[in-house]
Design a binder for this molecule. Structure first.
Ligand code: KG4
Ligand code: ZN
Length: 330
């Protein structure tokens, strides 16, 4: 019954979790506020905040799990993809902890872990299943044949879905990250505006054209009506959200038809979006899909998903040496 300490530090959240026998005993995340005033994550500040937060975060994770450092059997960490300075803090901490106690190390791919976040709770999807992973850095359609056999069959060719939310929000003067506020405002508005979105074809996504379309549409409306953006903010947010969610679900349906898979999962920070969750469930009912949406704490970056992924690797004896280094891209 191995007890794993898992560390996640790929972007702007410092997270530590204790996972025993594949079950999450604790999952503690310290978020960073420093980036809000800059309208995006500042890598240099992110690494410094990780440096400050990592030891207390691990201490709290151990305490909440009722586990002492002596009980830990292996240390897992996110090797990438992510910001290199941020990753370095987590990787160095994991190596030092493992070295001091002569423990094995397990490296984890952050994107594989987002998909496997579903195994942090019940019900767990059976294999194979289809997963739409949507975060601030990635948008992927993944066929998951087994825990470690994941094939990416569609991806964004430019911006990620979360980036599309955040950059659209920036155009509207919303603070970073804008996804949650667009979600909140959209519930109060109606999607009355049509924004053009180029389709790169197949199962790939493209979101960079959306920003330009929003910008031109809002500039035109503002010329016709003074104070247009301020007065119609909720409707604009509803229109942006509708454009992004419709695109995501259109490709998800195409992927399900192409692969014949009807077990369909969402993963990543954008799966916190209420319209995406509701419309997925509705689609599921219409199409006879079995749908899986993780609890919010397992959608955004967290160490529980790293620990759960590491448990699958521990079973298979997939360890790495002390010479392992982080990788911004895997
Ligand atoms: O997975 P995540 O926490 O970090 C990355 O690995 O990127 O995802 C963060 C992204 C941000 O772009 C944020 O705006 C978006 O997830 N997000 C949302 C919502 N909550 C977070 N987007 C739309 N609606 C939400 N409720
Ligand atoms: Zn992530």
């Amino acid at each position: 019954m191995p007890t794993l300490l898992a560390i996640e530090s790929s972007c702007d959240d410092t997270s530590a979790a204790i996972v025993r026998d594949g079950r999450v005993l604790s999952n503690v995340t310290a978020s960073q506020q420093v980036h809000v005033e800059y309208g995006g994550v500042v890598p240099e500040y992110a690494s410094r905040a990780h440096q400050r937060n990592i030891v207390p975060t691990v201490e709290v994770a151990l305490r909440r799990a009722g586990v002492s450092a002596e009980d830990v059997d292996a240390v897992a960490f996110t090797r990438g993809p992510g910001l290199i300075g941020s990753l370095m803090v987590g990787v160095s901490f994991a190596k030092a902890f493992a070295l001091a106690r002569d423990l094995p190390l397990i490296e984890v791919d952050h994107m594989q872990a987002h998909v496997l976040a579903h195994f942090a709770e019940d019900p767990k999807p059976e294999f194979p299943f289809l997963c739409l992973t949507v975060s601030g850095g990635h948008t992927q359609l993944v066929v998951v044949r087994s825990p470690l056999e994941q094939e990416i069959i569609g991806r964004t060719i430019d911006d990620a879905a979360g980036e599309a939310f955040d950059k659209s929000g920036k155009l509207l003067g919303l603070s970073y990250p804008a996804g949650p506020e667009i979600d909140r405002r959209a519930a109060l508005g109606t999607p009355v505006l049509d924004f053009a979105q180029p389709d790169p074809g197949g199962l790939d996504f493209s979101f960079s054209g959306l920003k330009t379309s929003i910008l031109y549409t809002l500039q035109r409306r503002a010329r016709e009506e003074e104070g247009y953006v301020k007065d119609h903010l909720d409707d604009i947010c509803a229109s942006i959200q509708d454009a992004i969610v419709s695109t995501l679900l259109r490709k998800l349906v195409a992927a399900s038809e192409q692969t014949g898979l009807s077990r369909v999962a969402l993963a990543g920070g954008v799966s916190a979006n209420r319209e995406l969750r509701q419309r997925l469930e509705q689609l599921g009912r219409e199409r006879g899909w079995q749908t899986f949406v993780p609890r919010l704490e397992y959608c955004t970056d967290n160490a529980a998903m790293i620990g759960v992924t590491a448990a699958f690797k521990f079973e298979r004896g997939l360890f790495v040496g002390q010479d392992v280094a982080p990788a911004a891209r895997l």
